[in-house]
Design a protein around this ligand. Structure first.
Ligand code: SF4
Ligand code: SF4
Length: 103
């Protein structure tokens, strides 16, 4: 099992999760961060840190964010692949997450 970062992280990227990860497995893509499922030890430390509730255990990820399983796992194929998948998801779903200071 692993943790998955979903849609709310897109264009937010405040990195609160990065500081608490004991194995440094949260990596920065162009428009969001992703968790490397190979490195994640499933400790759950990152989940409560996220101000926009973007982080879920894989088996509890809301169904509407299913594409983010593929997006996080794509880390293994390189960030270019992650970036392409995020870009096409954001376009298809017209993602416009308001900045944190406008909530
Ligand atoms: S669950 Fe733990 S190991 Fe996995 S990304 Fe979060 S903080 Fe890192
Ligand atoms: S804490 Fe949440 S919004 Fe911030 S970088 Fe991590 S997953 Fe993205």
């Amino acid at each position: 099992m692993t943790y998955i970062i979903g849609e709310p992280c897109i264009d937010i990227q405040d990195r609160s999760c990065v500081d608490v990860c004991p194995v440094d497995c949260i990596h920065e893509a162009n428009r969001m961060l992703v968790i490397d499922p190979e490195e994640c030890i499933d400790c759950g430390a990152c989940e409560p840190e996220c101000p926009v509730e973007a982080i879920y255990p894989e088996d509890a990820l809301p169904e509407k964010w299913e594409p983010f399983v593929k997006i996080n796992y794509a880390y293994g194929e390189g960030m270019d692949v992650v970036n392409e998948l995020v870009e096409s998801y954001a376009t298809e779903h017209n993602v416009q997450n308001p900045p944190l200071d406008q909530r």
